[in-house]
Design a protein around this ligand. Structure first.
Ligand code: PMP
Length: 316
């Protein structure tokens, strides 16, 4: 997806011009991948622009920073307000928001402590992530030959830029082999997640997803789907998932900020169920999209309003 330039980027508390948000090649982050980040969406809801689960995303950014001993001079609420500020300044709704915390230009060498911490928040236009853009069609995926991060190597609970080198291996292999996305197993061979999505299965009517111990990112969409499923009375279990369960489940789908809820119609060319979106996925999508669009009330207080006139409606 091409990047559509906007006017302003939030940097350490101030709005700067898009073209001024540059880095030196000797910045710590360029050499050692020292960054943590977030991916957030702002929706054009019926009653106005709203950032989805802004506080949870900023809490995860703070958690990722804490794991990497990066001290941020901003609180969670200040970061939420900063997202609102940059979206309002650029007047692009719906949009994707990308907060980044990085180790900048200071000293070279692995020790990161003497390189300054810079916080940026960028927002830009972004549409569908996976597949044709039709939320009910489903995508074809494979199981990756690459494993997800082993425990106690790269922390999977931190959303660090460096983790996405692993994601890139998974994604590239999938694309080269003609798939949209890859599902990675953890080092013990249990199902983990996609390169940028959590994974759910429906087996005998029960919704299953891998627990956080299987090297998955604690996805905010994952959490939202778990909440909605419980409210809808769908049985939910977080459990270790053997690979072969992917092939014999009634339904499989991805969740993520970018992917939202994306059904999977085949894994390794084996049809999931009858190869069409299943009833549980459909029900969850319907409920989730209604809330995102504003057709259903925001009963969970998932949205932070942005004082800006939405330029175009959400298309789902
Ligand atoms: N796993 C990985 C590796 C991801 O990159 C993402 C996207 N942030 C997810 C899961 C889904 O998380 P979320 O629902 O918070 O976007």
């Amino acid at each position: 997806m091409a990047i559509n330039k906007t006017e302003k980027i939030w940097h350490n508390g101030k709005l700067i011009n898009w073209d001024d948000a540059t880095l030196h090649v000797m910045s710590h982050v360029v050499n050692y991948g020292s960054a943590v980040f977030e991916g957030v969406r702002c929706y054009a809801r019926k009653d106005g622009a709203g950032i989805f689960r802004a506080a949870e995303h900023m809490q995860r950014l703070l958690d990722s920073s804490k794991i990497y001993r990066m001290e941020l001079p901003f609180t969670r609420d200040e970061l939420v307000r900063a997202m609102v500020e940059v979206v309002a300044a650029n007047r692009i709704v719906p949009c994707y928001i990308r907060p980044i915390v990085l180790r900048g230009y200071g000293q070279i060498g692995v020790n990161p402590f003497n390189s300054p911490i810079d916080v940026y928040i960028v927002n830009y236009e972004w549409g569908k992530y996976l597949g044709s853009g039709k939320a009910d069609e489903g995508v074809d995926v494979c199981v990756s030959s690459w494993n997800r991060l082993a425990p106690n190597t790269m922390p999977a609970m931190a959303k660090s830029g460096a983790n996405y080198m692993n994601s890139q291996l998974i994604k590239m292999e999938a694309i080269v082999n003609g798939y949209v996305e890859g599902i990675a197993l953890d080092v013990n061979g249990y199902v983990s997640e996609g390169s940028g999505e959590n994974l759910f299965l429906v087996r005998n009517g029960t919704l299953l997803t891998a627990p956080l111990g299987n090297s998955v990112l604690p996805g905010i969409t994952r959490d939202s789907v778990l909440q909605l499923a419980r409210e809808l009375g769908i049985p939910v279990v977080e459990q270790m998932i053997p690979r072969e369960m992917l092939y014999i489940s009634e339904e499989v789908f991805f969740t993520g900020t970018a992917a939202e809820i994306t059904p999977i119609r085949s894994v390794d060319k084996i049809a999931v169920g009858d190869g069409k979106i299943g009833p549980v996925t459909k029900r969850l999508q319907k409920e989730f999209f209604a809330i995102l669009q504003g057709a259903a009330p925001d009963r969970h207080h998932w949205f932070t309003p942005v004082p800006v006139q939405a330029r175009q409606p959400v298309t789902v």
